[in-house]
Every structure is written in C-alpha cells, then in structure tokens.
Design a protein around this ligand. Sequence first.
Ligand SMILES: Nc1ncnc2c1ncn2[C@@H]1O[C@H](COP(=O)(O)OP(=O)(O)O)[C@@H](O)[C@H]1O
Ligand SMILES: [Mg+2]
Length: 234
Amino acid sequence: MAVSVALRGVSRRYPGLIALDEVDLEVAAGEAVMLTGPSGAGKSTVLHVTGGMDRPDEGSVEIDGKELRPRDLDGHRRRIGFVFQRFHLLPALTVLDNVLAPVLPRKVDFDRRERGTELLEAVGLGGRADALPAELSGGQQQRVAVARALINRPGLLLADEPTGNLDSVIGREIIDLLMSLRERYGMTMLIATHDAEVAANGDRVVRLQDGRITSDQRLTPSGDVLDRLGGLRP
Ligand SMILES: Nc1ncnc2c1ncn2[C@@H]1O[C@H](COP(=O)(O)OP(=O)(O)O)[C@@H](O)[C@H]1O
Ligand SMILES: [Mg+2]
C-alpha cells in the first residue's frame, strides 16, 4: 500500500557544508515526485534520510503521518525499495537469486521463488531467471535491480539517478517501467534525476539547490493521484 511521506524542517550538515537546510516536503501516497537540481544539491541526501539510511541533524521524517524514530529504522528500510544508478547486482548470483537476495537471510511470509518469478515477469525478464548479471545488458540489469527493490512489496520506492548509467532510449524504458509498476503495485515514488526529460514523467518536479527547495512544480492535477489510489484500493 502506497504511503505518504513528509520531511519537516530536515537539516543535514557536514563539517563546513550544509547538505540539507530545513527542507519541508510533503508527498502524497501514490505520488511520483522527481527531485532535480545540480550535482551536490542534496538529492541523494533527501533519499537517504527518507529511506532511513541517514539521519537528519534536525527535523523529522514522517511516514503516513507517523514520525520515524531511530528504533523504527530497520523495519522502515525493509518496507521501502531502493534503486541505484549503478545496479549493484551480485555478479556470482543468478538473476533470480539477486532479486531474492534481500529476503534470503530472513523468514518471510511469502513464497520467495514465486514472488521473485512474478517480479521478473513484471519487469519483462521472465525468461532470464537463471542468467548471470554479466550476461545481461545495462538496461536489463537495472530491471533486475527494480525487481529486487520490490521483493518486500514496498509502499515507497526511492530511486537515485536510476537512468544515469543508461542511454536515453533505455533510460526512458526504465522510467516507463517504474511508472507502470507504481500503478500495478501501488507505490509512492521519489526519484532523483538531473535529466529534465526523465523528470517530466513525474506528478511533480521538486528542484533543489544548495540544500534548499527552490521550486516545486505540479505536472498532473492532484486529483489524478487520488483517482489512481482509488483504483488501487480494494
Ligand atoms: N558523507 C558525506 N560527507 C561529507 N559531505 C557529504 C557527504 N555526503 C554528501 N555530502 C555533501 O552534501 C552535499 C549534498 O550531496 P548529495 O545529496 O549527494 O547531492 P546530489 O545527490 O544532489 O548530487 C554535497 O555538497 C556533498 O558533497
Ligand atoms: Mg546524488
């Protein structure tokens, strides 16, 4: 189930620099928000703080209106999916085992192979379960990484320059895939990209510069998000 996200007065500082400076950002459940801005603007830091991989020095992150506390972070990280610019697949594992890697060491209440197989089909790689990552193209490897990000059925997907290592045609396919998976599984998405063409696929484009939000532009009427959620809810 898609979750809402709010950053409230989030600051993150490093010695001599402010990566995020009192950032306020509300993302509705089911919304796809594109984070843009120059290198060093703070896009990755927003994703890390939202995903519980980093903690704000000040301010808070709320998921469905509930503040994330340090003791919640492990559980929170399991309830989100993360897609990286570099696909970070494990080269010695098959495609299917890469998709299952996040849940191999844990007890889960679903059939791992069944879900992994379903997700590989959902990303268009149903026939490649037994391949090794090196046998796939870059775009196919990113599809595997997307399937892996969905193994826990996250309500929130965070993607950091997911098309940054791909040419524009393949990058376009990955963005189209992410948008269709959002509808199919019901997810909120925060996607960092410096590519304006990629950003145009979101519901909103939020621009960061020097750790601050400098513009927040809505591309689709907010009612569309509600309609989509209406369609997703049983
Ligand atoms: N671990 C770190 N140590 C010191 N500075 C960091 C660290 N991580 C990020 N920064 C700095 O924080 C700022 C924002 O970085 P980042 O969020 O990665 O920007 P973006 O993803 O928009 O390129 C940059 O100036 C970056 O150098
Ligand atoms: Mg970055």
